[in-house]
Ligand binder design. Structure first.
Ligand code: COA
Length: 254
């Protein structure tokens, strides 16, 4: 699958979103490939750290909107849910390098990463409401926790983008770099982590996350049920059709 590239070197597996012509929007097949990569990395002693990255111009435009329209995810074993559960439960250090737009799941997946490095062109957005949807990936829990309620409400109700410096200020991002340096910097940090004792890394991460691991799963399930229903409702259909037809959506009836 060339839309997702994986490469392992020196204990670091790098997963690259490689569908730049479609702004790295993520299809069911891509979620499946990423879920498989995470699963095999979790169980493979030769892989100590995973890095998620996109292109220096775009991280991800979120879920493929054609897929949303034509084959919405069905059931909790669908590739997107496998990916979301995999990323939330991934036991080893997980890093992300983010440049350009990070829309929808392109932003919400970052709340499950341990370290995030951003290009100064990174633009984060969670426009679920603008698409007639609701948050996913436990973002309705994790975004208020990280940003505080009012900033979270602005991000999730307005759905407008915020830039790398704002993400740094709220703690979503560890460091802002020139876009040409973000992927390389994440690699260098990953190599440093890969040289540390894996048992200490895994145990430290487990201890930091255990307080709300069950809550995250519960929130994802709750969101998933609503998201699945809303995907099939008229407001979302109007939003997706408007995107495909390159026009503004008309929500006056919904
Ligand atoms: N699903 C499917 N295709 C997408 C896509 C998505 N989420 N995002 C972008 N694309 C496609 C466009 O349809 C276009 O395809 P085409 O060249 O065949 O017409 C191509 O990628 C380039 O997109 P374009 O919108 O022209 O790029 P841009 O640089 O002007 O804008 C974005 C980039 C990311 C800001 C914009 O594409 C966007 O807002 N995408 C939708 C994001 C979204 O709502 N995602 C769902 C979140 S839940």
């Amino acid at each position: 699958m060339t839309d997702i590239l994986t490469h392992t070197d020196g204990g670091v597996m790098t997963v690259t979103l490689n569908r730049v012509e479609k702004k790295n929007s993520i299809t069911a097949a891509m979620y499946g490939a990423m879920a498989d990569a995470l699963q095999s990395a979790a169980g493979n002693a030769a892989i100590r750290v995973v890095v998620l990255q996109g292109h220096e111009t775009v991280f991800s435009a979120g879920n493929d909107i054609g897929d949303f329209l034509n084959k919405p995810p069905a059931g909790e074993n669908s590739p997107v849910f496998r990916f979301l559960r995999g990323i939330a439960a991934f036991p080893k250090p997980l890093l992300a390098a983010v440049c350009g737009p990070a829309v929808g799941v392109g932003t919400t997946m970052l709340f499950h990463c341990d370290l995030v490095y951003a290009g100064d062109n990174a633009a984060f957005s969670m426009p679920f409401v603008n698409l007639g949807l609701c948050p996913e990936a436990a973002s309705s829990l994790l975004v208020p926790q990280m940003l505080g309620y009012h900033r979270a409400a602005e991000a999730l109700l307005m759905g407008e983008p915020f830039m790398a410096e704002a993400a740094l200020e709220v703690g979503l991002v560890n460091r802002v770099l020139p876009p040409t340096e973000a992927n390389g910097y994440a690699q260098a940090q990953a190599r440093k982590l890969a040289a540390k004792p894996i048992s200490s890394l895994v145990e430290t991460k487990r201890l930091m996350k255990k307080g709300q691991a069950a809550l995250v799963v519960q929130q994802m399930d709750d969101e998933g049920a609503s998201f699945g229903r809303m995907l099939r409702e008229p407001a979302a259909k109007e939003a997706f059709s408007a995107f495909m037809e390159r026009r503004k959506p008309d929500f006056s009836q919904f």
